[in-house]
Design a binder for this molecule. Structure first.
Ligand code: FAD
Length: 401
């Protein structure tokens, strides 16, 4: 039997991935400054059940744009100090991060490093000899340039979403699982948010709604007449069990020439993916969840070019997840012009996990004070697509995890 009730809230966040959870937590932590205390988060399934739960969760700083590099760098500080700043365990593992560039990419690569350094990122070009010392078993001589980020690594994506949600709940946020948002009401003239209607029949009157629906965003926004160039794309990830005799440990990394990213997982696994290969998915609830034989063959070969002993590794696991991709591979973090109180936080194009801590901080600023004050996020505005002011996605590196 369907029940129906009306409630009121200051903010309704739609989506309980790492973004929705980070936004909820940061809004609650700053409630004394903006007064938005009654915060509800609606999640259609369970926390982290979308892209977040399948994320490789690599945390690196190598970007071609200052805005993403700065968000990653500021987020890294939060990941590295998570228990003190947020509480709980985000599972951060500092492995260091190597980035390999081929001859065609060297100029763009050096420019990227300069951009990253200009916003404070600690990263530098290192010699092949130094890279070989950091990564036993790697083939490094073919690389035209190699960068190293000593403080980068990876975390636990689901664990991070849960930690944000746990702190958010402790601060009074009402998180409802298995409660899809059916739609956003925008008043009689459609000019402002009036309510969010949950699929269970609950109408939540609110002046502020945040859409953080990951790969469900294209359909959800379209159903509200909001044009945003978003598409869900499928990406595969493999885990290989390696011999610790030949590759005892290794940093995380991205290999631009071979179009792969990798990182250690646990004691003896190496996780590898290829963010540039994608298939468009129309319905995020229907996609092939297992790794395909062609992907395994192709990516294993590519991995072996960079880490030759991986030829003898054992395939331990393979799965697929969805990115929410934009034309310039950068997210949309903005309010919606013409609908007061409606905010978008989506389109992270396969590299959003590492940005999530700052996404929460910046969204709380944007919603609470009217603008993001810690840093300029105007390059991530929705209107850039119609203005033709796309962010440079370099040589495709921005999507490599
Ligand atoms: C295979 C893979 C590897 C990745 N690797 C990396 C990486 O190494 N590094 C990195 O930084 N990033 C990586 N990413 C990207 C990163 O995981 C995502 O950018 C991030 O998780 C996006 O979080 P989100 O909260 O926006 O989306 P999601 O995690 O998808 O959350 C959206 C949530 O909204 C809910 N929802 C949808 N519609 C509704 C509705 N109507 N009502 C209520 N709830 C709704 C969904 O159930 C879902 O839980 C990877 C992603 C994938 C898939």
């Amino acid at each position: 039997m369907t029940t129906s009730a009306t409630e009121t809230a200051d903010v309704v966040i739609i989506g309980g991935g790492v973004m929705g959870c980070s936004i909820a937590c940061n809004l609650a932590l700053t409630a004394n400054s903006h007064g938005l205390r009654r915060i509800v988060l609606l999640e259609r399934d369970t926390l982290g059940s979308g892209s977040t739960g399948r994320s490789s969760a690599a945390i690196r700083m190598h970007y071609s744009t200052a805005v993403s590099a700065e968000m990653a760098w500021r987020s890294l500080h939060i990941y590295r100090n998570f228990p003190e700043i947020i509480g709980g365990d985000c599972g951060y593992v500092e492995t260091g991060y190597l980035v390999f560039a081929g001859p065609d990419d060297v100029d763009a690569f050096r420019a990227n490093i300069a951009t990253q350094q200009s916003v404070g990122v600690i990263t530098d070009i290192i010699s092949p000899t130094d890279a070989a010392g950091l990564a036993p078993g790697f083939a490094v001589e073919d690389a035209a340039a190699i960068a190293y980020e000593p403080y980068s690594g990876h975390a636990d994506a689901s664990g991070t979403a849960y930690a944000y949600a746990t702190r958010a709940r402790a601060e009074g946020v009402n998180i409802r699982l298995k409660t899809p948002a059916a739609g956003i009401e925008t008043g009689a003239d459609g000019s402002r948010v009036a309510a969010v209607n949950a699929a269970d029949g609950t109408r939540i009157e609110t002046g502020i709604a945040v859409v953080a629906t990951g790969p469900w965003s294209p359909a959800f926004l379209k159903s509200h007449g909001i044009g945003a160039p978003l598409v869900a794309t499928r990406h595969e990830v493999l885990h290989f069990r390696r011999s610790l005799d030949t590759v005892p440990h290794h940093p995380g990394g991205a290999d631009i020439s071979n179009r792969i990213y990798f990182r250690p997982e646990g004691q003896d696994l190496t996780l590898v993916g290829n963010g540039n290969h994608s298939d468009v998915v129309r319905d995020p609830e229907v996609f092939a969840q297992r790794a395909s034989p062609s992907f395994i063959q192709e990516v294993w070969q590519r991995l072996t070019r960079r880490i030759p002993p991986m030829a003898d590794a054992e395939l331990a696991a393979g799965y697929a997840g969805l990115y929410t991709s934009t034309p310039d591979s950068h997210p949309i973090i903005d309010r919606v012009d013409g609908i007061e109180g409606l905010y978008l936080c989506t389109g992270f194009s396969g590299h959003g996990f590492k940005l999530a801590p700052m996404v929460g901080v910046l969204m709380a600023e944007l919603i609470g004070t009217g603008r993001a004050t810690t840093m300029d996020i105007s390059p991530l505005r929705l209107s850039r697509f119609v203005e033709g002011a796309l962010n440079n996605s370099g040589y495709g590196f921005d999507v490599l995890a």
